[in-house]
Design a protein around this ligand. Structure first.
Ligand code: EPZ
Length: 422
């Protein structure tokens, strides 16, 4: 298990390329199972989560080749059983459920466990499959789904107590494209990654309208073909490096971004007094720290609101921003593991219910800290950039799940970081 040494007080400068989106890659790789023809997916980031998905596709019988960011999947013969030992490693494996049910008529998926950001229920995923006529049994921690007569389209409301579900919407869309008749998804998630999946499915021959809105209408078709597709940029990786540029930068430029996907993070960085400048096409963004940064309040919300996947990173920035900031997570109210670690570094943060109250301090100080979930770990790296001394971040595998070569990118920007074996 590696750890990352981050020497604080340096500054970041220069330009890096943002990788393809992890959260678009996972459902799109699962969607390749919907055809018996090969598909090619480009700009798949080399992170543990996408590698787990490739292992799952292989275990299901698909032939998979990866050469750098390009993945070729040949799903001619598919078995319906996703292997427990792989599925338990990544909750997002749940998104093979819809494609397996649609393609093979049945699926066996182990119930994903919870994780540090909170209980991760799948009730909405099961409601969706039942809504299309699937039969569901639970046995020994596995979900057994079957639809021997095929799936039948219907109108299904996918809203949960915390709002829409991203992977739930994905699963329903992927099952409905081969169902008989029309499916209407109400309270659908509208994240860019859901739209990228819909674009991929339409290329395969699916008939989908309304992706990116709360109401998606799908006309089932008989079969789908193999296609080529390039994954959208990772807006959360981009947002993370935008915060790095605001906290510790002297002119950081990110290439291969999509301005439209970064509006919420951009607005908050500007409200906090930082300078964000996009190029004309919105594919590059330059960030500079403001003269007088100030704290502000954040409440996460489903897209296009402020992303829950960005609140830990902003909390790291607020830890050394003058003033008081309140960060509330309405989607994962327990997602504050990073706060206790930042307090070890001298941050003044009080977590109360689903919110953190941050009072900016002059300086953080280096300390050995423990990574916990993907975005909390990235937030610790950001905090370490502003800490006096060398911070040691343990359990780096949490970051490697979703950030492609984060240390290389920070080094490219002049960051003084070092990956060492633990
Ligand atoms: C996706 O997870 C992302 N992961 C998460 O990013 C992200 O935090 C989340 O969406 C919210 O934006 C991927 O896309 C692979 P949800 P997902 O279903 O789809 C509740 C990262 O850091 N819910 O949209 O699993 C759930 O508990 C990861 O890259 C139910 O109640 O999240 C949560 O409160 C972390 N029942 C809310 O809905 C269900 O059946 C939103 O969760 C499903 C979800």
């Amino acid at each position: 298990m590696d750890k990352l040494l981050v020497h604080g007080n340096g500054s970041l400068k220069g330009a890096i390329n943002i990788s393809g989106s992890k959260n678009a890659s996972l459902p799109i790789l699962a969607a390749t199972l919907l055809s018996n023809e090969p598909s090619i997916v480009r700009r798949v980031p080399d992170v543990s989560d996408t590698n787990y998905m490739l292992q799952i596709l292989r275990a299901l019988g698909a032939e998979v080749e990866r050469s750098s960011g390009t993945v070729r999947v040949e799903p001619a013969d598919i078995s319906p059983e996703a292997p427990y030992d792989l599925v338990r490693k990544m909750r997002a494996s749940i998104c093979v459920m819809g494609p397996l049910l649609a393609r093979v008529g049945r699926a066996k998926i182990s119930l994903p466990g919870g994780c540090v950001i909170g209980d991760r229920p799948v009730d909405l995923h099961l409601k969706a499959m039942q809504g299309l006529g699937a039969r569901i049994e639970m046995e020994g921690g596995d979900i057994m789904l079957s639809a021997p007569e095929g799936l039948l389209g219907s109108e299904i409301d996918m809203r949960g107590k915390h709002g829409p579900t991203v992977l739930g919407t994905d699963n329903l869309m992927m099952a409905a494209v081969l169902a008989k008749g029309t499916t209407v998804i109400d309270s659908a998630a509208s994240e860019p990654e859901v739209v990228d999946l819909a674009d991929f499915l339409v290329k395969m021959g699916a008939r989908i309208k309304g992706a990116g809105t709360r109401r998606i209408v799908i006309e089932g078709v008989e079969e789908l073909k193999g296609v080529e597709h390039t994954i959208i940029p990772d807006r959360i990786e981009a947002g993370t490096f935008m915060v790095a540029g605001a906290m510790a930068g002297q002119g950081v430029t990110l290439r291969r971004v999509c301005r439209r996907h970064l509006e919420a993070a951009t607005e908050k960085l500007e409200e906090a007094g930082h300078v964000v400048t996009f190029n004309e096409t919105g594919t590059e963004v330059a960030i500079s720290p403001g003269e007088t940064p100030r704290g502000c309040d954040i409440t996460t919300a489903p897209y296009p609101g402020f992303p829950t996947d960005m609140q830990a990173q902003f909390t790291a920035m607020f830890a050394t921003t003058p003033g008081i900031s309140v960060v509330e997570d309405t989607i994962f109210p327990q997602r504050f593991m990073h706060c206790s670690e930042m307090k070890r570094m001298g941050a003044d943060i009080r977590v109360d219910g689903g919110r953190a109250l941050v009072r900016g301090v002059q300086r953080l100080s280096a300390a050995p800290v423990m990574a916990s979930d993907l975005r909390a770990s990235a937030a610790l790296v950001l905090a370490a950039l502003k800490a006096a001394g060398t911070t040691e971040i343990n359990r780096l595998y949490h970051i490697d799940r979703g950030y492609e070569h984060i240390d290389d990118k920070l080094l490219q920007l002049g960051g003084q970081v070092e990956r060492v074996p633990a």
